[in-house]
Design a binder for this molecule. Structure first.
Ligand code: NAD
Length: 177
């Protein structure tokens, strides 16, 4: 029997506990999940501080720490393209075949719906706190960001001096937070 695959695409700047909860709930509905690391070309800005490779490590290690079988997921970096109308084809080119799309992002939902995909919007978990914007804000302000992310994100950010990176970037780009 064919495997049921679902896709979740996010910038994951950085991977936080909301992403992990949504992945848990998607895995209850599909055999395999494709996790697209969106805007893979972006890094070293306040809104997108981490490279695609760094985000791959965060998510890969967080899934391992949760005991999720590696045969159940694919992690695929995806660069943005300038043509929204062609983006779904671009995503299809990069990924194993899938039938279900999970997203809370209106543009992502609209583009996949127009291509005939089954699109589901999973519930948002504590969205005020569990958002990349809030994690990055806490890093810059010296507040407790660690409680919002998996240990794997904490460890990777420590390894790459990520808080120092975002604080340094914020000195120049304070208007872009
Ligand atoms: P994100 O990291 O903000 O969110 C990823 C997913 O996680 C979303 O579906 C969101 O609803 C969910 N999520 C976030 N916080 C949650 C919480 N607290 N509880 C439950 N779920 C939560 O990323 P995003 O901005 O949605 O990423 C979309 C990506 O697709 C971007 O990289 C964007 O550039 C890309 N994109 C590219 C094109 C193009 O290249 N033309 C077009 C559309 C989208």
């Amino acid at each position: 029997m064919n495997k049921v695959r679902g896709i979740l695409i996010g910038r994951m700047q950085p991977v936080h506990n909301g992403h992990m909860q949504i992945i848990d709930s998607i895995l209850e509905e599909v055999d395999e999940i494709i996790i697209g690391i969106g805007s893979a070309q972006l890094s070293h800005s306040i809104k997108n501080p981490f490279t695609a490779g760094e985000r791959v490590v965060m998510i890969n290690q967080a899934l391992a720490d949760r005991g999720i079988n590696p045969s159940q997921y694919y992690i695929i970096p995806m660069q943005d393209i300038n043509f929204n109308a062609l983006w779904v084809s671009h995503v299809k080119m990069l990924t194993p075949p899938f039938t279900k799309v999970y997203s809370g992002n209106n543009l992502v939902k609209q583009l996949f719906l127009e291509e005939g995909y089954e699109v589901r919007q999973p519930p948002l978990y504590d969205r005020l706190q569990l958002s990349g914007t809030e994690v990055r804000r806490r890093m810059i302000e010296g507040e407790n960001w660690q409680e919002l992310v998996p240990n794997a994100t904490v460890n990777l950010i420590k390894e790459i001096n990520g808080v120092e990176r975002i604080k340094n970037l914020s000195l120049k780009e304070i208007s872009e937070i």
